[in-house]
Design a protein around this ligand. Structure first.
Ligand code: PLP
Length: 221
């Protein structure tokens, strides 16, 4: 089968360029290829080009797609980037290697229980509602220290902070703010930046960028 080339090299080159400008090492930025809504046959070309870290936002969809792909590419690392419901915590902990949507204390108990039961300590990012938007998920900035303390108490490894800045506004100040909050709380991981703004995010310290459209094209198109 002829495998079409993907934009992976281009995206990697842009990340590399931004790392150079920011005097960072490219190996310190993890590119998460967000494959949500895309079928396995769209994902395989990226796997063939060597991409191993992928992001999905729905537990059920990931359960349908990834076990078969993982049988072929066992070293895949799967990140859950969407909202997680408590009743899906065990499925999520079984399937994912990292969870980016830890946004409320009520999720901690379910996650801790799932990690105990499965014996898998899955690193989590605390999602911060960085623009204080009413309709958006994420923990309020003021509540980060408390949620972090509670997560640690529950034995959940916290990798860092994650955010989705408000749409239609320059994202850089929000990325800088997330970086500052992470530093204040002694956290190293920063999950920020999507197709439209990952270069800016890398300049401002992102350790994980979540890129869908720039790698796969438009969703539902
Ligand atoms: C879908 C999604 C992305 C990827 O968005 P693109 O603009 O397609 O790169 C990143 N982060 C989260 C949380 C998402 O839901």
């Amino acid at each position: 089968m002829e495998i079409a080339q993907t934009p992976l090299g281009e995206v990697q080159a842009k990340i590399g360029k931004m790392c150079k400008i920011a005097r960072r090492e490219a190996k310190d930025v993890t590119l998460i290829a967000v494959s949500k809504t895309h079928p396995a046959e769209r994902i395989v070309p990226l796997l063939e080009e060597g991409q191993r870290v992928f992001g999905e936002n729905r537990v059920q969809e990931a359960q349908d797609k990834w076990p078969a792909l993982r049988a072929q590419y066992p070293d895949v690392e799967l990140h859950l980037i969407g909202q997680l419901q408590s009743n899906k915590a065990e499925d999520a902990v079984e399937l994912f290697d990292c969870i980016h949507g830890l946004d409320r204390a009520s999720l901690l108990k379910a996650l801790a229980k799932a990690m105990d039961k499965t014996g898998r300590k899955v690193p989590c990012f605390i999602q911060v509602n960085i623009g204080a938007e009413e309709q958006k998920g994420g923990c309020a900035i003021a509540d980060v220290p408390d949620l972090l303390a509670k997560a640690r108490e529950a034995g959940i490894p916290v990798a860092g902070l994650m955010c989705l800045p408000p749409a239609g506004i320059e994202p850089a100040p929000f990325f800088a703010l997330l970086h500052k909050i992470a530093q204040d709380n002694g956290l190293a991981g920063l999950s920020m930046g999507m197709s439209g703004d990952y270069e800016t995010a890398v300049q401002l310290g992102a350790t994980h960028v979540r890129v869908g459209t720039a790698l796969f094209g438009a969703r539902g198109g």
